[in-house]
Design a protein around this ligand. Structure first.
Ligand SMILES: Cc1cc2nc3c(=O)[nH]c(=O)nc-3n(C[C@H](O)[C@H](O)[C@H](O)COP(=O)(O)O)c2cc1C
Length: 357
């Protein structure tokens, strides 16, 4: 592929991060970014939840909050994309500034607070996409959040599931954003059990011939007890998988003093170790029975491979794209295929959880 990011990147970095993101979405929507899918090596093909992924590298939630650039991102080489988080009603999110680059650390801090155009706009875009003859191939999930002012969180997730179950290849219940008050408390054993029961019931009530897999996205900032509770509830509830992890509220020593006090979730390189370690633990606690999407600090094929060996069936990224542009996806695919070959794995699936054996 021709990589234009060495030109576009420095230009975008002259704007504040949120303006740069808005410009990126506009460029993608208007077709200014040329498609560059490339060919996926057969070893990268993988089947999870009965869905065929041409490669295991996905775009994490938060980049395309309103499902505006699903095809454009698939056309850049992602095996799957996850628009959202979407909330039932539109909401503005937190006041700006709320997005910060930590260039030297290859990291991002955000406290967006689920800014989005709401469920109806999101669903209609997916509906229109379904009608298009020329859709990009690839898997499209939908990541669900709750409105800030909704008292009973489960109500919002149920609304999201009912509207999007017929439109998405998989659904994500996101209870791990640090920027919506009270959200992460839903990861506790009893609230989680009650929430998952209600969303699974909502999915069943859609009467679809094929239910989209339902995944739970968790935070990296969890106690030993939290993790074992989540693993137990995930297994007993009958959900289909987990996404590990969202951003962290921790501030590792590498984060400069001026940025330490910015509230929000930290993502990118400093999140790699902590999120991979939670992934490893959750894989062990669930005995490898639930497919896990590994996310947090993935920027190279080696990072993706490490997540897979720790127990991820698929990986996702967001922050690495800010610094390396979409070419990062091609690089990861190429390097990952090489690493699998080097270690004698014929497929991604063969390498999942290899560190545990
Ligand atoms: C600006 C920004 C917005 C995000 N918004 C969401 C969101 O709406 N829902 C969600 O589940 N995760 C959201 N995330 C978290 C990412 O999906 C991902 O879990 C996290 O950034 C770690 O991956 P990374 O290190 O590759 O960025 C957001 C991340 C960033 C940087």
């Amino acid at each position: 592929m021709i990589d234009l990011y060495p030109l576009a990147g420095p230009l975008l970095f002259r704007f504040d991060p949120e303006t740069a993101h808005g410009l990126t979405i506009k460029a993608l929507k208007s077709g200014l970014v040329p498609p560059a899918r490339g060919k996926d090596e057969p070893a990268l093909h993988t089947r999870v939840w009965g869905l065929d992924f041409t490669n295991p590298v996905g775009l994490a939630a938060g980049f395309d909050k309103n499902a505006e650039v699903v095809d454009a991102m698939l056309n850049l080489g992602f095996g799957f994309v996850e628009p959202g988080s979407v909330t039932p009603r539109p909401q503005p999110g937190n006041p700006r500034p709320r997005l910060f680059r930590l260039v030297e650390q290859r990291a991002v801090i955000n406290r967006m607070g689920f800014n989005n155009e709401g469920l109806e706009a999101f669903a209609q875009r997916l509906e229109r996409r379904r009608e298009k003859a020329r859709r990009a191939p690839g898997i499209v999930g939908a990541n669900l959040g709750k409105n800030k002012d909704t008292a009973d969180a489960a109500d919002d997730y149920v609304i999201g599931v009912r509207r999007l179950a017929p439109l998405a290849d998989y659904l994500v219940v996101n209870v791990s954003s640090p920027n919506t008050p009270g959200l992460r408390a839903l990861q506790g054993r009893d609230p989680l059990r009650a929430l998952l029961e209600r969303v699974l019931e909502a999915r069943a009530s859609c009467g679809l011939s094929r239910n989209p897999p339902l995944l739970l996205k968790i935070a990296p900032d969890l106690t030993v007890e939290d993790k074992s509770d989540i693993a137990a509830v995930a297994l007993e509830s009958g959900i289909d998988g987990l996404i590990v992890s969202n951003t962290t509220i921790a501030r590792p020593d590498s984060i400069p003093a001026a940025m330490r006090s910015e509230a929000g979730g930290l993502s990118g390189a400093p999140l790699f170790e902590p999120s991979t370690s939670v992934l490893r633990e959750i894989y062990a606690l669930t005995g490898g029975k639930l497919p896990i999407v590994g996310v947090g600090g993935v920027a190279t094929g080696e990072d993706a491979y490490a997540k897979i060996r720790a127990g991820a069936s698929l990986v996702q990224l967001y922050s690495a794209m800010v610094y390396a542009g979409p070419a990062v996806v091609h690089r990861i695919r190429r390097e990952l295929a090489e690493l699998l070959r080097r270690d004698g794995f014929r497929s991604v699936a063969e390498a999942v959880g290899a560190d545990h054996r």
